[in-house]
Design a protein around this ligand. Structure first.
Ligand code: HEM
Length: 450
């Protein structure tokens, strides 16, 4: 779906538009940008929109613990970042903040040959093996979630999707039987509760003064998860590797022909769980939040699901939901050598943050950009530098195809089995939670059996 540059044929692309053509030029000092994120947390993402409205699709910020940063929403500027000469942009450094969970050897923290080799091993197991069997298993999972939804009373759908898709990633990665998944779910929940808290941001900013090291409850939660993974690796070394993602990794060899170490195996297992645990459920929750407020789209989706011969419209709904409400709020890169971007020279060490929702609302690429219109994607595939919910380049999301497949399966099964309507007519607000854009009321809907 997405090539090594994050682009694919047929994708909307900034084309010949000059970088920085998003809005009016109005350079802003980093201190002003620095109030934007705290303000956005309190007042909503509209603050970010106003900043982009006053600038040329890029403004400066300063964060404690991170330092200088620029935030981008212009597809032309994003293209320039992805096309920078080798060695200028570092793709792993901005993921340092994930290291307490995914570890120093987690996919997001690696670059170069070691990163490429691991992706070559993992991609066939995850990206290219979104097989008929996995599709059928996902439909079964979706059906069991749909069957357990309360009928006729409002309820929050996102937590149910979250629990189901956590089970799905534990199955794909480690073949954990959902009936016995409790042993994994509890310690993971404890770890991610801390990883998603604002406390981790403050502690991370103070990491050189011991902010992370001196956090016993976090250390205990991480050790409990590590113990589970290392025990599983030892068991498989005795009893056989298995054919899930961990099995594939255990049979693989690194670029020097050696087995992957236990630390590397652990870090990839945690990378998969961390990458998948909330993203797809949140993307799907937004897809339902949007589609139930657009009766024409809902009717068309239900008709296609009933017919059961095509998934063209479900695909378009998934792409459009990922455009208007990208579940991951932003991704980052770090400048290694002085880099000219949009007429400014960024110093080494500057973090580049791509703000996805603003990027996806470029009126030059999407007429009436705030409108939810799955029809935009009929006969057109997404990609390019104006649709990047999965990031791009060598670090593009490893779970993109799995996620889109899961979203389509849930959309199909839910609209076939249930008549859905919004619990409240007003759109749900975007709530920032860690780096996620979450529906403010967790996607409250009313479901009636069909
Ligand atoms: C709708 C669902 C998802 C969204 C929106 C999403 C989004 C992203 C984004 C924005 C990145 C950063 C890419 C970059 O820096 O260029 C990423 C990386 C990653 N994602 Fe996802 N993700 C989703 C689902 C998944 C799933 C289901 C998995 C696991 C099966 C997964 C595993 C990963 C991994 C391992 C990486 C790191 C890749 C690397 O650094 O080489 N993601 N994802």
């Amino acid at each position: 779906m997405i090539d090594a540059l994050g682009a694919c044929p047929g994708a909307p692309d900034p084309g010949g538009r000059p970088a920085g053509a998003h809005g009016r030029r109005h350079p802003l000092e980093p201190w002003l940008g620095s109030v934007v994120l705290p303000a956005a947390l309190i007042m909503g993402d509209g603050v970010v929109d106003r900043m982009f409205g006053r600038t040329d699709g890029m403004f400066g910020l300063w964060f404690p613990g991170i330092g200088k940063a620029v935030m981008l929403a212009d597809p032309g500027l994003v293209r320039d970042v992805f096309r920078a000469p080798g060695g200028v942009i570092d793709s792993a450094e901005a993921n340092r903040v994930q290291e307490p969970v995914i570890g120093p050897q987690g996919l997001g923290r690696l670059d170069g040959q070691g990163h490429r080799r691991l992706r070559e091993i993992m991609a066939p197991a995850i990206r290219h093996r979104v097989s008929a069997r996995l599709r059928a298993a996902t439909e079964e999972l979706a059906q069991s979630v749909a069957d357990r939804c309360p009928a006729g009373t409002p309820f929050a759908l996102r937590p149910r999707l979250h629990a189901a898709l956590m089970d799905a990633i534990l199955d794909v990665t480690l073949s954990v039987d959902p009936a016995r998944g409790h042993a994994w779910r509890e310690p993971l929940r404890e770890l991610f509760r801390r990883a998603d808290s604002y406390e981790i941001t403050v502690r991370y900013a103070l990491r050189h003064a011991g902010g992370m090291a001196l956090w016993p409850s976090y250390r205990r939660a991480k050790e409990a998860c590590d113990r589970l993974i290392y025990d599983e690796i030892s068991r498989r070394r005795r009893e056989g590797e298995g054919d899930d993602l961990l099995g594939v990794l255990m049979r693989a060899r690194d670029e020097h022909g050696a087995r992957l170490t236990d630390q590397v195996l652990r870090d990839q297992v945690m990378s998969m769980i961390a990458g998948a645990r909330t993203t797809t459920a949140t993307g799907l929750a937004w897809a339902f939040e949007r589609v139930v407020r657009h009766p024409g789209a809902l009717r068309r989706l239900s008709a296609e699901s009933d017919e059961g011969t095509s998934d063209v419209y479900a695909t378009a709904v998934a792409y459009e939901a990922l455009r208007v409400r990208p579940p991951v709020a932003f991704f980052g890169r770090v400048v290694r050598l002085p880099f000219e971007l949009g007429g400014r020279v960024l110093e080494p060490g500057t973090t580049i943050i791509v703000h996805l929702r603003s990027l996806h609302h470029d009126p030059g690429l999407y007429p009436d950009p705030a409108a939810f219109r799955p029809e935009r994607w009929l006969g057109r595939r997404p990609g390019g530098y104006g649709w990047m919910p999965f990031g791009g380049g060598s670090h593009t999301c490893l779970g993109d195809r799995l996620a889109v497949m899961q979203m389509k399966a849930f959309l199909r099964v839910f609209t076939r089995s249930l008549e859905l309507s919004p619990a409240e007519p007003a759109d749900e607000q975007i709530r920032w939670k860690a780096v996620s854009n979450t529906p403010g009321s967790d996607c409250r809907v009313i479901a009636r059996r069909r």
